[in-house]
Design a protein. Structure first.
Length: 277
């Protein structure tokens, strides 16, 4: 559930549980199940939804959303989404814009570069311009950021490359229209730019009295539009998720059970509000 390599084994000590997915998101699942059990014992009924694919294409969330659309009589009013927020409730989460940049060239013997056209050179020039491009910022939410996550291309050291490709990821802090236009203009006509995936920047409701945060990461929430109004909170730190030292504090895990229990009771009694940024 929402896990990525490395494939590290599980272990624990007095204060922490270690292992792949311990905070993102298996510890969260355990806390939600425990909270749901406590709510059920008091006659307060909630549903549990666990999906696959959040780290790739959100396929599980998409399938769940289609199912919810086909069952309007059983629609949910609120969705409490679990992500590692250190038990602080999120006011907003950044969006995601994936960008694919592809360059084409002409092969030639590397001893005669003038006979060819290097796709890698075109790609590197475009990436340099994109890295230098000024990105939007917001005083409360923070900065839009860029990660060049994958570069591939070429055929051999002694061949002028006819193909080069890069996958980029921008973290959005607002609508993407202006950013898309700026990316296209900055990359230039020597490369092809495509936008295969976008998950929008989102603002959320919060529960009175809980500490707040801004999530710099993206969640499945934009793909779960038929599952009620979203809230975002969970135990664990995103800073150790996706690492070979991933862990969750046992104290936070226990506190999360109480938090999920309290949040469910609060939203069912409408004792919550919107905090504007």
């Amino acid at each position: 559930m929402d896990t990525v390599p490395p494939f590290i084994p599980s272990s624990e000590d007095v204060s922490r549980i270690y292992g792949r997915g311990s905070c993102d998101a298996k510890g969260i699942i355990a806390a939600q199940i425990a909270a749901a059990e406590r709510l059920r014992q008091q006659g307060i009924y909630v549903g549990l939804l666990f999906v696959v694919g959040e780290e790739r294409d959100s396929l599980g969330a998409q399938a769940a959303n289609e199912f919810a659309a086909s069952q309007p009589a059983h629609a949910c009013k609120y969705l409490v989404n679990g992500e590692p927020t250190e038990n602080r409730i999120a006011l907003a989460s950044k969006g995601t814009l994936r960008v694919e940049v592809t360059a084409s060239g002409r092969m030639a013997h590397s001893a005669y570069p003038e006979l060819g056209e290097s796709a890698i050179d075109k790609l590197l020039d475009a990436l340099a311009r994109l890295r230098a491009m000024r990105l939007p910022t917001d005083e409360e939410v923070g900065a839009c950021t860029l990660n060049i996550g994958l570069i591939e291309g070429g055929r051999a050291p002694n061949v002028i490359p006819d193909y080069a490709h890069a996958d980029l990821l921008y973290r959005l802090i607002g609508p993407s229209q202006d950013l898309r236009r700026q990316i296209l203009e900055t990359a230039g006509n020597s490369v092809k730019v495509e936008f295969p995936l976008e998950l929008p920047f989102m603002r959320f409701r919060t529960v009175d009295g809980l500490p707040t945060m801004i999530a710099a990461f993206t969640t499945d929430i934009p793909k779960l539009t038929n599952w009620g109004e979203p809230l975002l909170i969970g135990p664990g730190s995103i800073h150790v998720a996706h690492t070979d030292g991933e862990f969750i504090e046992k104290k936070q895990l226990a506190e999360a059970i109480d938090l999920y229990y309290a949040i469910a009771k609060a939203v069912l009694s409408s004792q919550f509000s919107v905090l504007s940024l």
